[in-house]
Design a protein around this ligand. Structure first.
Ligand SMILES: O=C(O)CCC(=O)c1ccccc1C(=O)O
Ligand SMILES: [Mg+2]
Length: 373
C-alpha cells in the first residue's frame, strides 16, 4: 500500500495566546500557525503543522520561509512519486538543506495520512506503546508574584513538573524565591541560549537548587562550550536548540555536552528523525522528553503520538489546549488529567480538525495540485 498525494492545502492562521509568553528573546502575544493538509488519491486526508514563529529568534526559520520552502521545493518533491512509508521522505527532502520545520510540517501530514490508510493511530504507526503521556508546563518570564500564582495553579491542575524561563539577571533570584515557596516541586529552567561561558558563576549558582536540568544555556551552535559547562555543573544540561538532527545528537552525546535531550518534531525535520534521535538516546541512556512550540492542536497531537515511544521518560512541554488558547482548532481539545494526557486510539492523529475554528483564524490559504501525467 502506498500514499500518492495529489493535493496539498496550506493555511496561514493567526492565533491569539491567552496570555503573552516571554522568553529571553522577547514577548509573543499572538502566534501564527501554518496548517498543512494533504489529500491522497482515495480522498484520505492528513494534517501537519508548521511550528516556526513570525521572527527567526528560536531557529533561523519563520512562517514565511516555511511557506516558501514548501511551495517551491518540498510540495513538488512530494508530488514526484508515491510514498510507501513516510520514512522515505527524510531522504527525498535531503536535497533541501536544513529548513527542518518546513520539512516536518509536510512529513507530519503524510504520517497522518499513512496511519489513516493503515487504519491505525499515529502512535501505533510510530511504534509507540504508552496509553498516556506525562506532561509539565513552561512558564514565561513575568513578575515573580505571577509566576508563583501560575505554579500554584499548574500544580493544582496536576502538572508533573514546572519549567521557568530565565535570562541573565533573571535567574538565581527567581529560582531561590520559587524554592522558598515550593521546596520540593520538580523544577527546571530554560535559558533559550541567553548565556555564554563568561556567565559560569551565575550558572554554577543554580547548582544549589535541586533543578532537574538547565535547558539550552549557551549558543545554539556551540556544543563544545556546553561540554565545558556540563563538566563544571552538577545539574544536567538539556539541549534544545542545539539538536537539529541525529548527527547533532550523536556529537553532543559523544562530547558529553548534555545529559538530557529535548526532542521537538519541527526542530529536527519530522517524526522519522525524531524517532531516530529517540532510539539513539535510548542506546546511550540519555533521557528524553518532548518539547513544545506553543503549537495548535495538530502539532500538539503529533507531539503526543511521538511521546508514546518507550524512551520518553520525563514529562514533556505538551500542556493542555486551555493552557494556550481560549479555543483550540481540534475536537476534542487536548486535556490534562492529573498531569497525564490519555492517548486517543482513533486512526491517524486521533483528533478532528474543526474547519470552522480553522477558517475563523485563516489569514491566507493556497491549494497545490499534482499535475497530471
Ligand atoms: O509550552 C510549550 O509549548 C513550550 C514552551 C517553550 O518553552 C517554548 C516555546 C516557544 C519556543 C521555544 C520554547 C522552548 O522550549 O524553548
Ligand atoms: Mg527550550
Amino acid at each position: 500500500m502506498f500514499v500518492q498525494i495529489h493535493t496539498v492545502i496550506l493555511r496561514y492562521l493567526q492565533m491569539e495566546l491567552k496570555s503573552p509568553f516571554t522568553t529571553s528573546f522577547g514577548t509573543m502575544k499572538t502566534r501564527p500557525a501554518l496548517l498543512v493538509e494533504v489529500v491522497d488519491e482515495d480522498g484520505v486526508c492528513g494534517w501537519g503543522e508548521g511550528v516556526a514563529f513570525s521572527a527567526p529568534w528560536y531557529t533561523e526559520e519563520t512562517i514565511e520561509t516555511t511557506w516558501h520552502m514548501l511551495e517551491t521545493f518540498l510540495i513538488p518533491l512530494l508530488f514526484q512519486a508515491p510514498v510507501y512509508h513516510p520514512d522515505e521522505l527524510r531522504d527525498r527532502f535531503s536535497i533541501v538543506r536544513r529548513n527542518y520545520m518546513a520539512k516536518a510540517a509536510l512529513e507530519g501530514a503524510v504520517w497522518d495520512a499513512f496511519a489513516k490508510r493503515h487504519g491505525v493511530s499515529l502512535s501505533s504507526a510510530l511504534g509507540g506503546e504508552k496509553k498516556e503521556v506525562k506532561v509539565g508546563v513552561s512558564i514565561g518570564i513575568q513578575p515573580i508574584t505571577n509566576i508563583l500564582k501560575r505554579i500554584e495553579q499548574a500544580l493544582a491542575e496536576g502538572y508533573q513538573r514546572i519549567k521557568i524561563k530565565i535570562k541573565p539577571e533573571w535567574d538565581v533570584n527567581v529560582v531561590r524565591e520559587i524554592r522558598h515557596h515550593f521546596p520540593d516541586v520538580p523544577l527546571m529552567v530554560d535559558a533559550n541560549s541567553a548565556y555564554s561561558l563568561r556567565d559560569i558563576d551565575r550558572l554554577q549558582a543554580l547548582d544549589d537548587y535541586e533543578l532537574l536540568m538547565i535547558e539550552q544555556p549557551l549558543a545554539v551552535d556551540d556544543i563544545v562550550d556546553h561540554a565545558k559547562l556540563q563538566a563544571k555543573l552538577k545539574t544536567p544540561i538539556c539541549l534544545d536548540e542545539s539538536i537539529c538532527s541525529y548527527e547533532d545528537a550523536k556529537r553532543a552525546i559523544e562530547l558529553k555536552s548534555c545529559r538530557v535531550i529535548n526532542i521537538k518534531i519541527g526542530r529536527v525535520g519530522g517524526l522519522t528523525e525524531a524517532k531516530r534521535i529517540h532510539d539513539l538516546c535510548q542506546q546511550h541512556h540519555i533521557p528524553v522528553w518532548c518539547g513544545g512550540m506553543l503549537e495548535g492542536g495538530v502539532g500538539r497531537a503529533h507531539s503526543i503520538a511521538l511521546a508514546t515511544l518507550p524512551h520518553f521518560s520525563l514529562p514533556g512541554d505538551t500542556a493542555a489546549s486551555a493552557n494556550y488558547w481560549e479555543r483550540d482548532f481540534i475536537d476534542p481539545e487536548v486535556t490534562v488529567d492529573n498531569g497525564r494526557i490519555f492517548v486517543r486510539q482513533q486512526i491517524g492523529i486521533g483528533y478532528t480538525v474543526n474547519l470552522t475554528e480553522v477558517e475563523r483564524r485563516t489569514v491566507r490559504s493556497k491549494i497545490y495540485k499534482k499535475s497530471r501525467g
